[in-house]
Design a binder for this molecule. Structure first.
Ligand code: FE2
Length: 211
């Protein structure tokens, strides 16, 4: 973990930098986490210094700055800080494949089953024009697959995020160059952690703590 000056910290990775190899190399994680993610946290701390945002939980900073042009820079860096921490937790070595339990039932009910989820999620990630994120999210009690550009995050609109894949070029270019479909397919089939998604689904049904 890199020490940060300011209220927001760069959380440690949930696994070693080389743990996702060969799907994602240690080199990519080193730059993606150690440079890109760390820089979003650093810039966020610089931007909120002396403002009311410095006392807020990260999720509240995102909610309060979303859609406001005068706080776009704070939103971008706050959302990117949150999105990356969430993304790391969405992946686990040796994971991937079909979910079970309540998540599998929700995918069957709302998205037509795992095979349709897989096809639609990969398509959303591949078709996301430019930089952005593909999400599996819960909105008003229903699962949906969405692609959001740039620093977009479903939590800005009150949805619950279950899983995401980062499709900014920095996420895959060192390992896959222009082959975004190969990167996304490999992450879905070999790394997506359905246990983590199940935890998000479970906590979405609990009463929310006051922010
Ligand atoms: Fe990224």
């Amino acid at each position: 973990m890199t020490a940060q000056t300011g209220p927001f910290q760069l959380p440690p990775l949930p696994w070693a930098e080389n743990a996702l190899d060969p799907v994602i190399s240690a080199n990519t994680i080193s730059f993606h986490y150690g440079k890109h993610h760390a820089t979003y946290v650093k810039k966020l701390n610089e931007l909120v210094a002396g403002t009311r945002y410095a006392q807020m939980p990260l999720e509240r900073v995102i909610a309060e700055t979303a859609g406001h042009p005068d706080s776009q820079k704070i939103f971008n860096n706050a959302a990117q800080a949150w999105n990356h921490t969430f993304f790391w937790s969405c992946m686990r070595p040796g994971a991937g494949g079909k979910p079970s339990g309540a998540v599998a039932e929700a995918i069957e009910r709302d998205l037509g089953g795992y095979d349709k989820f897989r096809e639609s999620f990969i398509k959303a990630a591949v078709d996301c024009f430019g930089s952005g994120w593909a999400w599996l999210a819960l909105r008003n009690g229903k699962l949906e697959i969405i692609a959001l550009p740039n620093a977009g995050t479903p939590i800005a609109s009150g949805s619950t995020a279950l899983l995401t894949v980062d499709v900014w070029e920095h996420a895959y270019y060192l390992d896959y160059q222009n082959r975004r479909p190969d990167f996304v397919t490999a992450v879905v089939d070999k790394l997506l952690d359905w246990n983590f998604a199940a935890q998000q689904l479970e906590s979405s049904s609990q009463p929310r703590k006051a922010a």
